[in-house]
Ligand binder design. Structure first.
Ligand code: NAD
Length: 496
């Protein structure tokens, strides 16, 4: 096997070793003996250098016309699109999702890059009449400064791109810190941005662990804004760190998403949506459909079809054709899923399929877990309340739409939800009453598009949204401008 690629930090336009002198390995979760890259285990000194570089580049980037910034992003989008296949293969090797999903992840980065490149020629403000004569009013967006972008491993290129592109088009400079579980895709993204002509210091990249590198970055006094995606527990720590300095902060955190299946649903369609929502990316998506709330009239028929379809899923390396479910990210996650299965059994839920790691033959090399369904789950059980982040789905019976909505809302998260029904009245009531940032009718809980706001309510988020125009609102400040051409002192409210 060839030596793994040594990947350095990118600071002020140079690829550099960590001041710590230490590195860590990024292993393939489908074959833990394969190392896909060796990365810098960065310390506070690396973070200091990266933030200093970002701060120095801030003024020239802020003063670069936004359409010129957009041209660099457009070139980056072209490069990403041209290399999609190779980038996707590297992604599957580093974090396990099946190749078609990895291609989708790269495509999300392409879409966001082109979308934000276009915003270079928009970023419209408002012009509005003044309450006084001979006075002109308008608004403009102003960048924030240095943005820290802290990302998880499950969308290792899409999420860094979802943060970096709107930050850059608004005129901010960035320091990116990807998850140590999957830094290779973010590394590839930075290489593309470099090749596209991003000036030195505008994009900086440091790899390392959360408690060292992440904490140092969040706490740095010259970081003006933090964009974090990860678990709710980590998000809470990040929020505490940002609170003291009133740093602008966006948090995209955990989920416990529900699909409601009504008695009039197209059951075959609902089963396909449930399989895709529950077991896509081996359930390791913030938008995974880990709860299925099913009307009692169709519960038996739905459960039978769902179990049959799930048992037939092919689990394996995401690079093998025909595989539908890849591995879990690491052994820790495998053990966590195993523990939740034990919790579900103890709570009295009925195990309908799966429930154990897969370890025979080729499975022995990776972190594979059988797609698992629990039936007769009570909404209060821990397996129906807590984010497991693995291929475990809870089937919860319900008596009515009202009860389905109440169960849907009974968790502390609120990212994505869905309903399967042929009744437009039921669909609209669910759209109105479900507490989630994203809602689907007759589609699964996953499938976000880059030009719509993305994010959740309750303990999934803190009120901001990623993607779409909403992202510009996070990465810029509104400046209100009054131009008085009356030639005399006008005192606004006192003069009217
Ligand atoms: P995680 O919270 O363990 O880590 C996320 C990032 O934070 C990593 O880069 C990590 O190194 C860093 N980090 C850890 N501790 C830190 C600290 N104290 N200060 C600063 N940075 C720190 O999450 P993960 O396991 O990588 O990702 C899975 C989680 O992410 C799940 O809960 C999932 O729901 C969530 N997620 C949410 C969304 C969303 O948009 N809502 C999208 C994807 C994933």
């Amino acid at each position: 096997m060839a030596d793994p690629l040594i990947c350095k930090n990118y600071i002020d336009g140079h690829w550099v070793d960590s001041a710590s002198g230490r590195t860590f390995e990024d292993a393939n979760p489908a074959d833990r003996h394969e190392i896909v890259g060796v990365f810098q285990d960065s310390n506070t000194e690396d973070v200091e250098r990266a933030v200093r570089a970002a701060l120095s580049a801030s003024d020239s980037w802020r003063l670069t016309p936004a359409p010129r910034r957009g041209e660099i992003l457009y070139r980056a989008g072209q490069l990403l699109a041209a290399r999609k296949e190779d980038l996707a293969r590297e992604m599957t090797r580093e974090m396990g999702k099946v190749l078609a999903e990895a291609q989708g992840d790269v495509q999300e980065a392409v879409d966001m890059t082109f979308y934000m490149a276009g915003e270079g020629r928009r970023q419209f403000g408002q012009t509005t009449p003044s309450e006084l004569p001979d006075k002109f009013c308008m608004t403009q967006r102003a960048p924030l400064g240095v943005c820290a972008l802290i990302t998880p491993w499950n969308f290792p290129m899409a999420i860094p791109a979802w943060k970096a592109m709107p930050a850059l088009i608004c005129g901010n400079t960035v320091v990116m810190k990807p998850s140590p579980e999957a830094p290779r895709s973010a590394y590839n993204l930075v290489r593309v941005l470099e090749e596209a002509g991003i000036p030195a210091g505008v994009v900086n990249f440091v790899t390392g662990r959360g408690p060292g590198t992440g904490v140092a970055l969040v706490n740095h006094g010259d970081v003006h804004a933090v964009s974090f995606t990860g678990s709710t527990a980590t998000g809470r720590e990040v929020a505490k760190s940002c609170a003291g300095a009133f740093k602008r902060l966006t948090l995209e955190m955990g989920g416990k998403n529900a699909i409601l299946v009504m008695e009039d649903a197209d059951l075959n369609l609902a089963v396909e949506g449930a399989v895709w929502g529950g077991f896509g990316t081996a359930g390791q998506r913030c938008t995974a459909a880990s709860r299925l709330v099913v009307h009692k009239e169709v519960y038996g028929a739905f459960a039978a079809k769902f179990v049959e379809r799930t048992r037939a899923l092919k689990v394996g390396s995401g690079l093998d054709p025909g595989v539908e479910v890849g591995p879990l990210i690491n052994e820790r996650q495998l053990r966590k899923v195993e523990q939740y299965v034990a919790v579900g059994k103890d709570e009295g839920a009925r195990l309908l399929c799966g429930g154990c790691p897969l370890s025979c033959g080729d499975y022995d090399r990776g972190w594979f877990f059988a797609p698992t369904i629990f039936g007769d789950v009570h909404p209060e059980m821990r397996i129906a309340q807590e984010e497991i982040f693995g291929p475990v789905v809870a089937l919860i019976p319900c008596q009515s739409l009202d009860e389905a909505i109440a169960i849907g809302n009974s968790v502390s998260y609120g990212l994505s939800s869905a309903i399967y029904t042929r009744d437009v009245n039921k669909a609209f009531r669910a759209i109105r009453d479900i507490e989630s940032g994203i809602f689907y009718v007759n589609a699964s809980t996953i499938g976000a598009e880059t030009h719509l706001p993305f994010g959740g309510v309750k303990q999934t988020g803190n009120g901001h949204r990623e993607a779409a125009l909403a992202a510009l609102d996070f990465y810029s400040e509104w400046k209100s401008i009054y131009i008085d051409f009356s030639g005399k002192l006008q005192k606004a409210q006192m003069d009217t």
